[in-house]
Design a protein around this ligand. Sequence first.
Ligand code: 48H
Length: 264
Amino acid sequence: MRAFSNPVPDEKVSRLILKHYFRDLSEAVNSDVIVVGAGPSGLVCAFTLADEGYRVTVLDRRLAPGGGIWGGAMGFNKVVLQKDVVGILEESGIPFEEDEDALVVSAPLFASKLIARASAHPRVKLLNLVTAVDLHVTGERVTGVVVNQSAIEMEGLHVDPMVLRALAVLDATGHEAVLVTLYSRRTGLSLVRESFMNAERGEEDVVANTRMVAPGLFVAGMAANNVAGGCRMGPIFGGMLLSGKKAAYLIDEYLKGVAKEVSG
Ligand code: 48H
């Protein structure tokens, strides 16, 4: 008795992977929004915009999306959140424990639920192992990102990247703030780098610093504090979730303005 009634031969496995991956990649050539960085702020922004009807491509240069969530603090895999974000946890199906007027969550569960919520969304394409290496700019507006395969970038091979277009781009690359840093090098936009650790201040800062830095270019999460002088905050994540929500709101407002311009 065989275990599988419809065995899948090797060539079919290869064909299906290529067909489905390149279908996603072809759709990602033109999105409404590209989110660079699949950490907590980028993932929340992506599924919030997708819920609003936008087509969102999320890129992450690493093998595993989830950014800095997985290891909690010092590898102790718990994260802490403020009670204000209980709604986001509930709507994402993330179990939590309330303790000392705060919420405590398993870091791997938190990461995997946010990844699942974004990547299961029919309007989200999540591409891991893809590195954003530059911005695409049309006139004054940021209109996409220049990408390469992470393995090519890591090996330092001389292989040209290609462009993915979008009407808006979010830099959610965490401490490195890759895209805003690139933009500032080219344009002279001045940046005030991130400040010392202070959870209470850093959490307020990260939401306040979430903004549009140039037409079409937005910044959220730790990247927002690293371009505007906010404090770092350690393993507390409510600010990242609210920053992702605020970025989605700002991008939605911007895109409505773009749509009005186009329709005259
Ligand atoms: C594609 C890229 C590129 C690139 C980087 O660091 P993250 O988790 O980002 P946030 O801001 O959503 O969350 C920050 C949080 O994890 C954190 O570090 C905290 C709270 N720190 C406090 C403290 O005091 O230290 O995720 C960023 C993601 C990562 O997955 C990167 O792989 C990815 O962005 N990324 N993806 N192209 N050029 N650069």
